[in-house]
Design a protein around this ligand. Structure first.
Ligand code: MN
Length: 149
């Protein structure tokens, strides 16, 4: 498929003929996230470009993995944890998430957060912190108070 029209009906970003998927994983690890795969190996690429939309108050999975992410915020405002840093993010900010770096994107309570996320098609599965590591991360004075859930 060549050109695909974009719409923003009722505030949600959609692309003609691109299915909206719930984000993989359980609801115990993320909240209010949808995914639309815009480009992937179906277009002959070795990377995939996905659009994620996080509803107000929602968040992506807190995770890490060997593969990297290139992230570009398209809409809204929120917060991003990368490693031991927390940053405010808003439309057009760019985020690089290095290998094996804990990360999570969160929408503000009153606004959607939408972002493009670039990954290699061939990639490892995300890891979640075990109970001990989670306790250690939660005790971190910088990121601890912001880790969701
Ligand atoms: Mn990730």
């Amino acid at each position: 498929m060549g050109i695909t029209s974009h719409s923003s009906d009722e505030g949600a970003y959609r692309w003609e003929s691109i299915p909206v998927e719930g984000y993989s994983g359980g609801t115990d690890v993320f909240k209010g996230v949808t995914k639309q795969v815009l480009f992937s190996d179906e277009q002959g690429l070795s990377s995939a470009l996905r659009y994620f939309e996080v509803e107000p108050g929602g968040y992506s999975s807190f995770e890490r993995h060997e593969h990297v992410h290139g992230v570009l915020i398209l809409r809204g405002r929120g917060r991003c944890i990368v490693g031991r840093e927390v940053r405010r993010i808003r439309a057009h900010d760019r985020i690089y998430i290095p290998p094996m770096t804990w990360h999570q994107l969160q929408a503000d309570e009153d606004e959607y957060l939408g972002f493009l996320c670039l990954v290699n098609v061939e990639r490892d599965r995300p890891q979640r912190p075990g109970p001990e590591e989670r306790a250690e991360l939660k005790a971190d004075p910088v990121i601890g108070p912001y880790i969701r859930p």
